[in-house]
Design a protein around this ligand. Sequence first.
Ligand code: CAA
Length: 388
Amino acid sequence: MTIGIDQIAFDTPAFYVDLRELAAARDIAPDKFTIGIGQDQQAVAPSSQDIVTLGAAAASRLQLDPKRLGLIALGTESGVDASKAATLYLQRLLGLGPWVRAVELKEACYGGTAALMMARDYVAAHPDRQALVIAADIARYGLATSGEVTQGAGAVAMVVSIAPRLLALADDSVHYAEDIQDFWRPVYTDQALARGKYSTEQYLRFFDLVWRRYQAISGRTIADFKALLFHLPYTKMGLKALRQVLPEATAAQQAELTAAFETSARYSRRVGNLYTGSLYLSLLSLLDGAANLQAGDRLGLFSYGSGAVGEFFSATLVPGFEAQLTAAANLARLDARRRLSVAEYEAVFADKVPYGPAAYQANPAWFAGRFLLIGVQNQERQYQALTE
Ligand code: CAA
């Protein structure tokens, strides 16, 4: 029985800031951001957009079968409630039926992969069902911090089922977990704390560990992969990981893997860090942009969540996968975003839902998108779905 990703879609806020402009405002050489970090633009989420609205918008682009949908699993590390799963708001906004298992999973940027693997196991146990997997996040480090250039926002949604029309997931995951303190976010703040350099070292160490063990267990080598995809907190991070294993490949394959990586990084360069969704945005970017992919090609995926968990697994393209892609619409969505000045970005960044009991009204001037967080009344979030 083949289980895998049947459909995939993404969403990101309607606003962005140009990182050369941000570099200039911070008195930093622009090449540091565009070359040293590998980011060109950064999604800016107004307070009317959160993981619920972004996740709902991404999932609304999928064709779900209400009779078969049995699980909704949302991976996030920017949850809006310490108790209730954001999945439940999302289920209502999307008009999905009640006969589902609906949960939220957390382990930093690994949460989306945890949701995907849970979905795969669920479908293995219930082959007549499909699962909706959502990875949604808003990455915030704070104005003028060293992490500011690695912020971003968005969501990726996927349908997991048997006989997938896009990608077959291999049952070959290798995962590694260890209690380290490289990045975390205490419950009283919406801004992450990171030991920046240390986190990048740990990312590479975890990749090395799971990659070596994957090869030992599966018997596969780098020659078996058409592309290697990475969690991209910023695209240079993934490039560093790729470079770590490139010497294992022939010169011709090194060129092919590098080109595939660049294709996989295109969307992230324009959106920034999606935390849980970043690996899957790089998958979408590769699928949308690589002209040389064929059914049967094997892709390797490395997921990393600070704290930390690392996982490497593979997936193969299935015949007819091209019919599941919506590259033109995805690019059009990115192109249609409004560019904010640095001053506008800073104003949007500062206007946020309070971490406290006060009522809050989101500024209608920044309303954009099909799903909105209107505000907070009596400590309850008020969402609205607009009809298209
Ligand atoms: N032209 C070209 N390149 C330049 C340059 C210039 N003028 N100036 C500097 N650079 C290069 C540097 O040489 C460096 O390149 P290398 O890494 O290849 O050596 C690069 O730009 C970055 O420079 P710094 O190391 O000086 O950058 P920094 O100290 O400002 O911090 C960071 C970078 C640590 C990533 C910081 O942005 C940060 O803390 N980000 C948040 C944490 C993070 O994203 N960690 C990633 C791993 S953890 C994870 O993956 C989970 C997650 O999503 C958070």
